[in-house]
Structures are given as structure tokens and as C-alpha cells.
Design a protein around this ligand. Structure first.
Ligand code: MN
Length: 236
């Protein structure tokens, strides 16, 4: 039976955007790309992969964005919900096959982020050679702080990333310890996908990842950028 006449099309879908430091304007988000395995220390703690592997990419849905100060309900379907503190780069100008030396022209700004992970589901996917979506691309899995606009990634020279859970230091790295630099990541990603304004890239996490539970507060800081804080609440 065709009951289409009784159906009404949804009026719109949710727009997603991020605040920009120093302005009332907001940055519209088109796609969220993430890098797997970009710090030797994290590859070693996960006991996986060749430390010289090429970077690989996965995506999160844009409506997984969570803003600074927001609450994150403990997700469905996991017993091992983990944090990964990461630098986020926002793209402001389109391009494909971008040379490393040209990457800065395509960058809008940078921010703190957390690649929230259902680690048990990620490991199951790894063992079964399934895609990573169940472990990585769930609701509320992409907290990102306010974007700091910049014309050059040089502002990250000597920058350090820290992540605290309930005030206790859990992750601490120099961004210089990435296997693939921020510019190399953007260049290589642009060889796989044409990058467009509104794309954001999570650039990988260092050692120290661990589990979160209801009530935990997570704070991510990167030298010179706006900090990011979220609080985990009970299961939705
Ligand atoms: Mn990650």
C-alpha cells in the first residue's frame, strides 16, 4: 500500500557549526576526517601496526560534533568508552593533491578535539576486518573546541597537548612527535579526497588513552589555543 500522501518530508536536517575565537561568526562543518596511528607512543600502547605505516583515514558524521562545555551521554553498546586528545585542523579553501608547502593556504584554523572511541567495538572490528564506524563514528563522538583562525601552522611549532580527566594528567605530548606532520597529513588526505571549506581533520592521539565513565570531566589543552572541556553523563 502506498501511503506516501500521509508522509511529510522533514523540514530540514541539523546544521552543524563551530565557534570561532574572536568573532561571533561560526564555522560550518562539512566533513570530519580522522587520522589513525599518528604517534609512535600510541601505536606501541595499542600493540599494532608498523610504526612507519602511511597514515590512514576514517570519518565521523558531522552531527557527532560536541562543543566546549557540553555534556556527552555515556554511549550505547559499549563497556569501554575511551578518550583520545587530538589537534584539530579546519579547512578554509578547497583543494586536492595539495603539496606540503601549500597546505597553510588551505587551512582556516586549529582547535582542540577528542576522538571518543568505543574501544571494545573498535577492537572487535579490527579482529574481524570490519569497518571502524561502530567503534569510532557514533553519536557525540567528536568533541571539538572553538577554532583559532590562523594563516600559518607555524603557530603550532613547540606546541604541547595535554588531556586531563578530573584534573589528573593522562596525556601529554609535543605536537612535534607526530609521525606525519600536520602539513603532511593534510597533503596526504587531499590525495584521497578533495578537501572543501568546512572540512575538519582530527590528527591522531599520543599515548595515555583510557576509559571514561559517567561523571568524568575531560579537559584538553594545546598551547596557544582555546581549551576544550566536556563532561560524561549517564547513559542516554
Ligand atoms: Mn584518534
Amino acid at each position: 500500500m502506498n501511503d506516501n500522501a500521509s508522509k511529510s518530508v522533514p523540514p530540514s536536517v541539523q546544521e552543524v557549526s563551530l565557534p570561532v575565537v574572536g568573532t561571533d561568526q561560526r564555522f560550518p562543518v562539512r566533513r570530519i576526517y580522522c587520522v589513525g596511528r599518528n604517534y609512535v607512543s600510541h601505536i606501541r600502547e595499542m600493540a599494532e601496526a608498523d610504526e612507519r605505516d602511511l597514515p590512514f583515514f576514517f570519518q565521523k558524521p558531522r552531527d557527532a560534533i560536541v562543543e566546549n562545555g557540553d555534556e556527552v551521554p555515556y554511549p550505547q553498546a559499549t563497556e569501554n568508552f575511551e578518550f583520545e586528545g587530538e589537534l584539530v585542523v579546519a579547512i578554509g579553501a578547497s583543494g586536492s593533491d595539495i603539496p606540503v608547502d601549500d597546505v597553510d593556504k588551505h587551512v582556516f584554523g586549529v582547535a582542540c578535539g577528542i576522538d571518543l572511541t568505543r574501544r571494545d567495538l573498535q577492537f572487535e572490528a579490527r579482529e574481524r576486518s570490519w569497518p571502524w564506524e561502530m567503534g569510532k563514528s557514533f553519536d557525540h563522538s567528536a568533541p571539538v573546541g572553538a577554532l583559532t583562525p590562523t594563516s600559518t601552522l607555524d603557530i603550532l611549532d613547540n606546541a604541547e597537548l595535554t588531556l586531563h580527566v578530573d584534573g589528573k594528567l593522562r596525556q601529554h605530548t609535543s605536537l612535534s612527535l607526530m609521525i606525519w606532520s600536520t602539513r603532511e597529513i593534510i597533503s596526504r588526505l587531499s590525495a584521497q579526497f578533495r578537501l572543501e571549506p568546512g572540512d575538519i581533520v582530527m590528527t591522531g592521539t599520543p599515548a595515555g588513552v583510557g576509559a571514561l565513565g559517567p561523571g568524568d570531566r575531560v579537559d584538553v589543552a594545546i598551547t596557544g589555543l582555546e581549551a576544550l572541556s566536556i563532561t560524561v553523563t549517564s547513559k542516554a
